[in-house]
Design a protein around this ligand. Structure first.
Ligand code: ADP
Length: 192
């Protein structure tokens, strides 16, 4: 599998852009947040554990996250072309573990695409989403905590991929189609 990572603050549009990428490039969308919400909805013990972190705007511990991720990857059909990692890796340790896993499987991460959106716009979008999303973490207090966590824990992931020459930053403001155009220019080179 040749995979890409979509990175960006909560509300930067990773999920929206993933839908377009899936359609055009036949990749498989893997959102760790979605995986976790599904587990929470099942009411399992693991789901309750996840909820205790997510509802506070904190990250789920790396070992739990990685186990969920590996289980999901193992369940994929053998002919899966590639994954869009959305919301993963979110810590430097997750990035290092991901690269280790890719190497072990003979897969690779081609590029991290960082969707850049100013913070006031992020807060506006998440509050708007909170009106209908039903997500316990889309309220102002938790949004601020999630942004803090993003700056402190997830930014180093960008630096890591920049260091290994697999980093591209794109402007995340504008029409959804314009942003997809910017992403497409990157992906056209990877999936020729
Ligand atoms: P958003 O990008 O809007 O924050 P996500 O669905 O990606 O939404 O994540 C929601 C929450 O799920 C995060 O705040 C965190 O608690 C948890 N989560 C998702 N992905 C990870 C991850 N890779 N590592 C740890 N926690 C995660």
């Amino acid at each position: 599998m040749v995979n890409i990572i979509l990175c960006g603050a909560p509300g930067s549009g990773k999920g929206t852009q993933s839908d377009f990428i899936v359609d055009k490039y036949a990749l498989t969308h893997l959102s760790t947040g979605d995986l976790m919400r599904k587990e929470m909805a099942s009411g399992s013990e693991l789901g309750q554990l996840l909820n205790s972190y997510i509802s506070q705007g904190h990250l789920v511990p790396d070992d739990v996250t990685l186990q969920l991720l590996e289980q999901y990857i193992d369940s994929l059909p053998k002919d899966t072309k590639g994954l869009i990692f959305d919301g993963f890796p979110r810590t430097l340790n997750q990035a290092i573990q991901l690269e280790r896993l890719m190497k072990k499987r003979g897969d690779k991460t081609a590029m991290l695409i960082d969707i850049n959106v100013p913070e006031d716009e992020i807060i506006r979008r998440l509050l708007e989403r909170g009106k209908t999303s039903g997500r316990a973490d889309d309220n102002l207090e938790t949004i601020k905590e999630r942004l803090k966590v993003y700056h402190e824990q997830t930014r180093p992931v960008d630096d890591y991929y920049e260091l290994i020459d697999k980093y591209v930053r794109i402007q995340g403001l504008g029409k959804v189609s314009e942003i997809f155009g910017r992403i497409s220019r990157v992906l056209d080179k990877i999936y020729k």
